[in-house]
Every structure is written in structure tokens, then in C-alpha cells.
Design a protein. Structure first.
Length: 123
């Protein structure tokens, strides 16, 4: 099946829509679960408590989401939201390659490299 610009735009649009809606649903589900579990806790605005160690690494976040822990679902939804535009660039690379548009393939690969580098070297 030949790839053309219209088909590529449709595929990328559907990918972005699915990624954002899935991420929003996961964050909403996790937020509702979190509020149901912690609704009676007193809020202390003068103290900040960061996330636990189980929410700092992708494997632990995925495990928390797989076990339907509210914080894990929220974090996994946020990871999915971050991954959505990266998946869009990957799809652009594949689509431009299938269209034999090598200049845009190279440009998309450069953008992908910058995205991956910035994610791996973020502080």
C-alpha cells in the first residue's frame, strides 16, 4: 500500500488523538482513585512531600500502573503523554521513508535524535 501525504497526516492525527485521550483517561482514573483513597487526609500546604522511589523509574511506574495503584496510573498517563509526540516523530520518519522523501526523513531523524538526547540527559 502506497504512502502519500494525506494518508500520513491521517495516521499521525489518529496516533496523536489516541495517545492524548489514553493519557488523559489514565490520569483521570488515577486521580479519581487517589482522591477516593485519600479524601479524608488533612492537607498541609507548608510541607512538600515528593513522590516515592517507586515513581521515579519507568519500570516501577509501569508496575504500579499494572497493579492499578493510583499514583502509578497518574505517572504512567504522564509518561504516555510525553511519549505521544515522540511517537509522532517516529511515525513521520517511517512515513517519509515510505514516501521516498529522504530529505524529510533525515530532518525527522535529527529531530528524533534531539528529543531522545534531551530526555536521556535531562536533570
Amino acid at each position: 500500500m502506497a504512502m502519500d501525504d494525506r494518508r500520513l497526516e491521517t495516521i499521525i492525527g489518529n496516533l496523536l488523538r489516541a495517545g492524548v485521550l489514553t493519557a488523559a483517561a489514565l490520569v483521570l482514573l488515577g486521580g479519581v482513585m487517589y482522591l477516593a483513597q485519600h479524601h479524608s487526609e488533612r492537607v498541609k500546604f507548608n510541607q512538600f512531600h515528593g513522590e516515592g522511589a517507586e515513581l521515579r523509574y519507568v519500570a516501577e511506574i509501569a508496575d504500579g500502573a499494572a497493579h492499578f495503584r493510583s499514583e502509578g496510573l497518574i505517572q504512567f498517563g504522564l509518561l504516555l503523554l510525553i511519549a505521544t509526540p515522540i511517537a509522532r516523530v517516529v511515525m513521520a520518519v517511517v512515513g517519509f521513508y515510505l514516501e521516498h522523501d529522504y530529505m524529510y526523513t533525515v530532518v525527522s531523524l535529527i529531530v528524533l535524535g534531539i528529543l531522545v538526547f534531551s530526555l536521556l540527559h535531562a536533570t
